[in-house]
Design a protein. Sequence first.
Length: 581
Amino acid sequence: MKERLDAVDIYAIVSELQSMVGRYVGKIYQKNDEIFINLKDKELFIKSGKWICLSKYRQKEEKQPPPFAMALRKYLGGGKIAKIEQYEMDRIVLIEIIKEKIYRLAIEIIPPGNILLLDEEWKIILPITHQKWRDRILKPGEKYIFPSAKNPKKISEEDFMKREDILNFLIENGVPRIYAEEIKSYEDFRKFIEKIEGKKFEPQIIKNSEFIDVLPYSLKRYEGYEKIFFESISEAYDEYYHSIKKEEKEKKEEEKERIERQIAKQEEAIKKFEEEEKRYREEGDAIFANYELIERILKGEEKEKIKRKKYPFIEVELPYIGKNMIVKIDSRKSVYENANDKYLKSKKMREKIEGARKAIEETKIRISKFKEEVKKKKKHWFENYRWFISSDGNIVIGGKDARSNEKIVKKYLKENDIYVHADVHGAPSCIIKAHDLDGKPLKISEDTIKEACQFAASYSKAWGQFTACDAYWVYPWQVSKSAESGMYLPLGAFMIRGKRNYERCALEIAVGLVEIKGEIKIMGGPPSAIKKLAKKWVVFIPGRENPNKIAKSFAEIFGVSIEELQKVLPPGELSVKEENL
């Protein structure tokens, strides 16, 4: 199954995309590492490191576009597409857009993949992902350097004839394996190149009960397979990619449902084990409570107490805590031995319960990963901002920029809430809500205030400059948008009147996986709150580690995307202080 475009796919797609040259760039949308660029009545779809084609499958627009999408809108929106080309017959697409200046979009389909916004001097304005190699650095301000490329069009007959291992020679020089396997001579190779350059495409999806491949040309290896032909290259590649994506989601959904059924069975088993554990324990207690009575029964007395007899077992009726209960005892054993047997069985049930609960926890960890992958997770209102849930259960939110600072104060600061701000220019406005996740009223404790102050300080510019910082809290009536006479309050700034209550805060941010209303979320906030709510967590302090490198390594550990982890990291270089993973 094809998961990534090869050089021939890209050649065909770029050839067809020439019809987009001259069009103006409309709105640009982003979901994780997928980009959609509106081109009037068409949409260009880009999946970093994997795919590019015109598409009809754009999903619902995000309310708050990610930073990369915002940058693309700023620099490319309204610009005219001047050129779309494939670099050196390699898996790199370059789109040149003319606005006030010339800008370029470099789309790397080579793994690990990237999408980069470049200026006219080939300097990187912003990549979708920061990357670093020995000979290439992909981050803002760096000169964009192409990875080493091999153009199969440049293979000479002399070079071809020198090699006996034709397959590996062709692959080394940029011919995709699927095509190289059908080339047995230089004549075959020339026909392959001529076919590409002729641009007489036969876009098709190969099927065999399910989608197997998508191609711009027919191949011998797929003779006898079912084929679906399309009018355009993009139509075929768009249908293939999104059908495969849909199939994968459905399979994950089925797997998630299977795991949920497994959890239900495990929980039912626990219920049964608990009932048996209680019964055996109470039977043991009842035997000891009726010690003398059972001794007489074992001696052949009190026969009326025997309800059933099948050697060596007898069932007797015993009084126990205001009720009578039927208990099976072994007539060959003493009273003590019978009671001990019951307690041993009770202990085994407890061990089974413990094992089943452990299995459920492991299963829940597995299902949490599916919840993140299957369809988009439900987004709560506070996730549009910086946020965390305090140790006591209060929702705390903070602005990401001047606009969101303005919005959260005007829209969400209510009478019983508390406003928090770090004593640093440009720090986020933060609000402690006087309610929990369900909207139920919840008093704001001293611990929650301290946590919110640490949150405000750690997500400010103080990070990377200090190890501690002052933050203050005030009541809503002290926060105003009305400036003093002769003063001007810019967007996101507020006038604070009256006493400010200061807290000295260590600059520390923890990150962990928490469960919010049945969904697993990655949450960043003060260590005390994260440690209380998350089973797996890591605490960061200002340091010298690149945040993108940190995000990449810990995203895999937490089972989230790099972008999701980047959103909750503090603003600057950092180091790991402690972890529980």
